[in-house]
Design a protein. Sequence first.
Length: 299
Amino acid sequence: MNFDASALNMDNYLGWFSLDENINGALYHYTSLSSLQGIIENKEFWITHSSFMNDSGESIYFWSIVREVLDEILKNEHRQARIFSDFVNYMIKTIHYIELNPSYSNNYILSFSGSSDSLSMWNYYGKNDGYCMALNPMGFLSDWINDASLGSKLFFKVVYDQNIQKQMLSSEFIKIVDLYISNITTWSQGDIPVLCNKLLGRWLIYSAFFKHPSFRNEEEYRVAFLSYPGEIYYRAYQGIMAPYAKVKIAKDDQNFPLDSITIGPMIRHDQAEKGLDGWLRKQGINGYSLFKSSVPIRF
C-alpha cells in the first residue's frame, strides 16, 4: 500500500467501529420529574457536552486504559522497537494535551439504558424524583441519523468489558504502526504525528462509549453527536455552568414516541401515578402504560 499518510481514511482502513448498535426493544431514559415534564412538553432532549457528563471520571478512566495499552505494547512488541517507541511517545504527549484541554472534543452525548427498573439508575435521583421513560427508538433515531443539520451521529451500546476495550485499542494501534513500517521507504518520521492524530480522533469517539466495568448494571446506550454544529446553551448544574444543546425527539405534528413510564421508588406511588396519568392525557398522549418500580424504597 503506497500513498500519502495524510490521505489515509482511518475508518476505511481500520473498518467500522467494533461496537454494538443492536437494540433489543425499547430504549429507557431515566430522568427527574421536572426534566420529564420538559422533555414531553417540548418534544426535545437536552444533550450534554461529553466533558460535563454525570460521571466526571469517564475521561480519566478512558485515557488510563489507553496508557495501559500503550505500556503493554512497548513491553511486549519487539519488532521495530524504536518505531513503536516513537509512536507511543507522541501518543502520550498528545493525550496529555487533550486531558488539559477538555474543549478539544466538541461531542455531545445523550444516554439511554437497556433496563427499565435499575437500582443503580434510580440512585441518581434519590427518593421521590426518579422516572423512567420507555421510548420506541425506530422513529427518532433514524430521524436524527438522517438529519444533516445535527452533524455526524453515532449510536452504540456502551462497552464495559476492560479486556474488550484493551483489545480494540491495541489491535488498531499495532495495525497503524505496521502500516507505517510497510511504507517506511516512502514515509518519513514526520508522518508519525499525522497517523497518531488520525488514530486519536477515532479514539475520541471510543471515549464516549467506554466505561468502567463497575457501571455495567446501567446497561447504557448512547447517541454521540460529533462536533455538534448547532446552537449551544448553558445551564447551572451541580455548581458549574454546563454546555448543552437541544434536539427534537418528535416534530410538533408528530406523536411523542412514548411506550410507558416507570415511576421510581417513592412513598406516594399511587398519587404519583394518578397525577402523571392525568397530566399525560392533558398533553394529548395516549396508548402508554404506567408502572411502579419493584425496587423497595430505602429510608
